[in-house]
Ligand binder design. Structure first.
Ligand SMILES: *Cc1c(COP(=O)(O)O)cnc(C)c1O
Length: 363
């Protein structure tokens, strides 16, 4: 079976973990700090704050921006649930804006219509590793005085107009095993704002600046040194992993027939966390079963848009995001990870093209 995702753990990661275990400093020690410094450098920002997950990075970022009850935060309905749940965690209200059909990212031309006097922030999600239209989003945020918290959980190292994601607004990243690099579990917040960075650090550690003096309600959202050691070893491989993902994606796009391949705007460097095709005419699930039969894993990111999830239905959310709803019916992510061999890539192409020649989903 060719898996749709595969973490690439080598000797460097194993060695780094053993060193931490031997050092006796297991949590929030020198490896966390070294990882934060290296991550900030990768993003081209001054500060990075390591967290226990991408979800807690988002949660902290919203709190650090002072977002709470009575506030509205705009995001995409077509993303992993954490992009919206973090808004609920702080007692604010998620407001969804439909996606662009080509990029699958929040459509910035629909943003202004969703802004109200209660709007405090926008969470653009760089879905599948493709940056959002940050020029338009930053312009609108500036015009209305809104914070921008980038959900870059799938987009480590991706660039918009030569600038790294996570360096436009406040960046949030995930280091979950299926992501472009991993620390096991983990996350990162990136910012150029010294005061905001300090607030994130405080919230991460029980609202504590001075040892055992607690100024506000905080959490234990820390990263361990064991995880940081894995993350740091992985970060050193990020460029290489990304180049292989991009080469795999290029091969797939050149050879796949009968499906809609990923669109990459000229301003964007796509890091292909996922290689996501569109399979129209109701053929998506049949293609997925066919691939399964050929020993090829694939996944639907995401089968249910957030506003249609039961939790959000119970909160009173309804339809009205037709592009997100259609994408949920048509998308299929194929393996693109750096562990793929040339013969596995060829097998993926052969299987997809054999299916589409028979079924001809694009009429
Ligand atoms: C993975 C992911 C998250 C959450 O990250 P975790 O580390 O799993 O908590 C948030 N947003 C998006 C878009 C993701 O893909």
């Amino acid at each position: 079976m060719i898996p749709v995702a595969k973490p690439m753990i080598g000797e460097e990661e194993k060695q780094a973990v053993l060193e931490v275990l031997d050092s006796g400093i297991l949590a929030q020690g020198p490896r966390v700090q070294a990882f934060e410094e290296a991550f900030a450098e990768m993003c081209g920002v001054r500060y990075a704050i390591a967290t226990s997950s991408g979800t807690t990075a988002l949660h902290i970022a919203l709190l650090a921006h002072g977002i709470g009850p009575g506030d509205e935060v705009i995001t995409s309905p077509f993303t992993f649930i954490a992009s919206a749940n973090c808004i609920l965690y702080v007692g604010a209200r998620p407001v969804f804006v439909d996606i662009d059909s080509q990029t699958f990212n929040l459509n910035p031309t629909l943003l202004e219509a969703a802004i109200t006097p209660r709007t405090k922030a926008i969470i653009p999600v760089h879905l599948y590793g493709l940056p959002c239209d940050m020029t338009l989003i930053m312009d609108i945020a500036q015009k209305y005085g809104l914070a921008v918290i980038e959900d870059a959980c799938q987009a480590h190292g991706a660039e918009y107009m030569g600038k790294k994601v996570g360096s436009f607004g406040t960046g949030t990243f995930s280091l979950y095993p299926t992501k472009n690099i991993t620390s096991g579990e983990g996350g990162m917040i990136t910012t150029n704002d010294a005061e905001l960075a300090e607030r994130c650090r405080t919230i991460r550690q029980h609202g504590m600046r001075r040892r055992y003096y607690h100024e506000e309600l905080g959490f234990n959202f820390r990263m361990t040194d064991v995880h940081a050691a894995i993350g740091l070893a992985q970060l050193r491989k990020l460029d290489r992993f990304t180049k292989i993902r991009q080469a795999n994606a290029r091969y797939l796009t050149e050879h796949l027939r009968g499906v809609v391949t990923p669109y990459v705007p000229a301003a964007c460097t796509h890091v292909f966390h996922q290689y996501t095709i569109r399979v129209p005419n109701g053929q998506r699930d049949a293609l997925r079963s066919y691939l399964q039969g050929c020993g090829i894993g694939s996944e639907i990111y995401y089968p249910v848009p957030i506003h249609q999830q039961r939790l959000y239905q119970e909160l009173g959310y309804n339809g009205g995001f037709p592009e997100a709803e259609q994408a949920a019916q048509e998308v299929l992510s194929l393996p693109v990870h750096p562990a793929l061999s040339p013969s596995e890539l060829e097998a993926i192409v052969t299987a997809v093209n054999t299916f589409t020649e028979q079924e001809n989903p694009i009429k």
